[in-house]
Design a protein around this ligand. Sequence first.
Ligand SMILES: C[S@@+](CC[C@H](N)C(=O)[O-])C[C@H]1O[C@@H](n2cnc3c(N)ncnc32)[C@H](O)[C@@H]1O
Length: 264
Amino acid sequence: MTDLGADLFNRVAADYDRSVPFFATFGRRLVDWISPNPGTHVLDLGAGRGAVTAALLAADCSVLAGDASPAMLDFLRETLLTTDTRTLNTRTLNTRILDAHHLDLPDSSFDLILSGFLLHILDTDKAFTEIARVLKPGGVLAFSVPGHSTDGGWWATYGRIVDDFTRRIRDVPHHEPVTWPERADRAGLRHVDQTTTEVSFPIDGPEAHWSWLMSHGNRWLHDALPEPDRTAFRDHVLRSLREHHPTNGTTLIAGAEFHRVIKP
Ligand SMILES: C[S@@+](CC[C@H](N)C(=O)[O-])C[C@H]1O[C@@H](n2cnc3c(N)ncnc32)[C@H](O)[C@@H]1O
């Protein structure tokens, strides 16, 4: 999944979560769900522009915001380390460029690791092994991944379009479905809890919907395709929004799963 690494997120960083507070909303809900004790020192893995970090700071936690993309972390600092709050926040917020597959962090150093919309794009076995190493015994990992929503099957249609266009540049690998509890188990972690949640935002029609899709990880295929496939991909997605979306592309509807895992 190298297409979804730092290079892609450096390119989308300026537009990421600007048009609709999509990731910010899920970040707040993830932190609400975990309800960390004030003062907890938390690693936000794949922190991006700070969706989860902002909610953790609001809950009086101190945060190490780690991400592979320098551009995403630049925006996080710009937003969360404002002039007024810099003195306060530098006591509670630190940032670090890091790769979740090889964490440059000591063993058993965190009670809590949060990760918003990252683990599904990684080599999960490597990332879970590293997370298991860095968590203290009894420590908790909570993470979000995309989930089902009441979208009338539009995301499934979008997924089929993505697969069709991906086949123009490479094979679409078939993965046997592995559940999150199984993945956690393989790294010596124990899956203890999960929930689902959904958001719905008004959006200015199919073109705005497309721009939103291109402002985060979904952009990888657009950038990987040669012309004229790139234009055809856009046309197919716009047509699917006009014809197969429950509100003809005028609502952004998406779901997430939240998972909680502990290090025994
Ligand atoms: C979909 S964004 C989620 C950002 C943020 N957690 C949020 O909820 O908005 C995924 C983030 O993971 C980062 N990322 C991608 N691969 C990574 C890796 N191997 N290690 C650390 N961060 C990575 C990207 O740069 C990006 O900021």
